[in-house]
Each structure stands twice: as structure tokens, then as C-alpha cells.
Design a protein around this ligand. Structure first.
Ligand SMILES: C[S@@+](CC[C@H](N)C(=O)[O-])C[C@H]1O[C@@H](n2cnc3c(N)ncnc32)[C@H](O)[C@@H]1O
Length: 206
């Protein structure tokens, strides 16, 4: 089965559950941006994409770095509204995880947490082909996008920090763009998902 993976790096997004659901953007280091990406990557109208895994890299606050992973193959009862997703993130971040745990620990069906940021993600990606979403990069429509397992990295409202950008470049991640305008991260996710959907439909017709 093919796999689509989306990794959103939240430079300030909080890695602890002490944020307000009433004022999510200001109290969570813009976790709302990451949650919208989660919805755009994982959900379609009335359904979950079983071939998609989303990683939210949380680099904000004293509990950071931590990474939340949602796997569409096994996740259950996810709702698309931002508040419901924020409640889910809050519960997962508050879940007791044994100190010194290594890798992703599933805390509810399809939803897991790991201590660590990019390193935890990279260890989980296996041999996925890596792409990095960058404004001004060559058009994603011209990219091969034919690997069975593909991973797309995105920045948050601040873009990428220098270290992350350099790390992804050193791993050989291919920069791809989704058009001439700098769009919101969740819109960039939606454009990539749409491109993949169109290609999958065309190859099914052949
Ligand atoms: C709101 S943008 C970041 C804007 C930020 N001010 C900057 O300069 O990087 C959030 C993320 O969406 C993705 N993105 C936005 N527009 C894009 C485009 N036209 N092509 C590719 N990726 C894009 C990138 O991953 C970017 O880091």
C-alpha cells in the first residue's frame, strides 16, 4: 500500500497540554496552524485517509521537543473541527508516558506521542522519499511523486528555522513548490494532497 506522510514543524507550538481551548492561537504557540494541517492531510468529506500519516513536531515550551503522530490507518472517531482536534492534542499531551520511552507510544487508537522532534520523525520514516515544501521551489506538478512512500515537510506560520532547513537539505529532501504565492501551511498541504489524488486517479484509469 502506498503511504503519504506529512510532517509539520511547529517552531513555537507547545509540547505541553497547558493551553486554552478558548484562545488556542495565542496560548499554544500557534498549535492551531498544525491542527489545520492535520485536518487537511488526513480528512476528506466524511472520511479519513487510510494511507496518510501526519506528524506534528512541537518545538515550543519547556516540554519540547515532542512529536504527535496520527495514523489514518488506525485512528478512530476523529472530528474535523479545530476545537475537537485541539481537545485530542491536549489529551494526548497530558497522557502519562513512561520517562525514557523511546520512539512513538500509542496513547489512543492511531494517535501516538514521542519524546523528540525531527530525530523521532526521521527514525519513524524508514525509506520514505523526502520532499520539503518551500516557497519559490520547483513546481510540485513537475516532480516525480511516484514513490510508494512519500514524506512532505512543511513549516508553520514562521516557515522553517535554519537548522531544520539545513538538516532536510543534508538528507537530500527535494524542495517543491505549490505555486507563486506563499499560502497558509494547511493550504499547501491541501494542494499537495490534491496533486496526489489526481495522480492516483489517473494511474487507476490506466
Ligand atoms: C505560511 S508559510 C510560511 C511563511 C513564512 N513567513 C516564511 O517565510 O517561510 C507556511 C509553510 O507553508 C509552506 N508553503 C507556503 N506557501 C508555499 C508555496 N507556495 N510553495 C511551497 N510551500 C509553501 C511552506 O512549507 C511554509 O514553510
Amino acid at each position: 500500500m502506498s503511504r503519504r506522510r506529512f510532517i509539520v514543524v511547529g517552531q513555537k507550538a507547545t509540547a505541553s497540554p497547558d493551553f486554552s481551548l478558548i484562545n488556542l492561537p495565542a496560548s499554544s504557540g500557534r498549535l492551531d496552524v498544525l491542527l489545520r494541517c492535520l485536518r487537511a492531510a488526513l480528512m476528506y468529506s466524511h472520511g479519513l485517509r487510510h494511507d496518510t500519516v501526519v506528524y506534528l513536531v512541537l518545538l515550543g515550551g519547556p516540554a519540547a521537543p515532542r512529536t504527535l503522530r496520527v495514523d489514518g490507518a488506525t485512528a478512530r472517531y476523529l472530528r474535523p473541527d479545530e476545537r475537537a482536534l485541539a481537545v485530542l492534542a491536549q489529551k494526548v499531551l497530558a497522557a502519562p508516558v513512561e520517562a525514557g520511552s523511546n520512539g512513538f507510544i500509542e496513547v489512543r487508537p492511531g494517535v501516538a506521542i514521542a519524546e523528540g522532534g525531527l530525530d523521532a520523525v526521521l527514525a519513524d520514516l524508514g525509506s520514505a522519499t523526502l520532499y520539503v515544501l518551500e516557497e519559490g521551489a520547483p513546481d510540485v506538478r513537475e516532480a516525480g511523486l511516484d514513490a510508494l512512500d512519500q514524506a512532505f515537510f512543511l513549516g508553520d506560520h514562521l516557515g522553517f528555522d535554519k537548522t531544520t532547513r539545513a538538516r532536510l537539505a543534508s538528507l537530500g529532501a527535494t524542495p517543491v513548490g505549490v505555486g507563486p504565492v506563499s499560502v497558509h501551511a494547511d493550504d499547501a498541504v491541501a494542494l499537495v494532497v490534491n496533486e496526489l489524488d489526481r495522480r492516483a486517479t489517473i494511474s487507476r484509469r490506466r
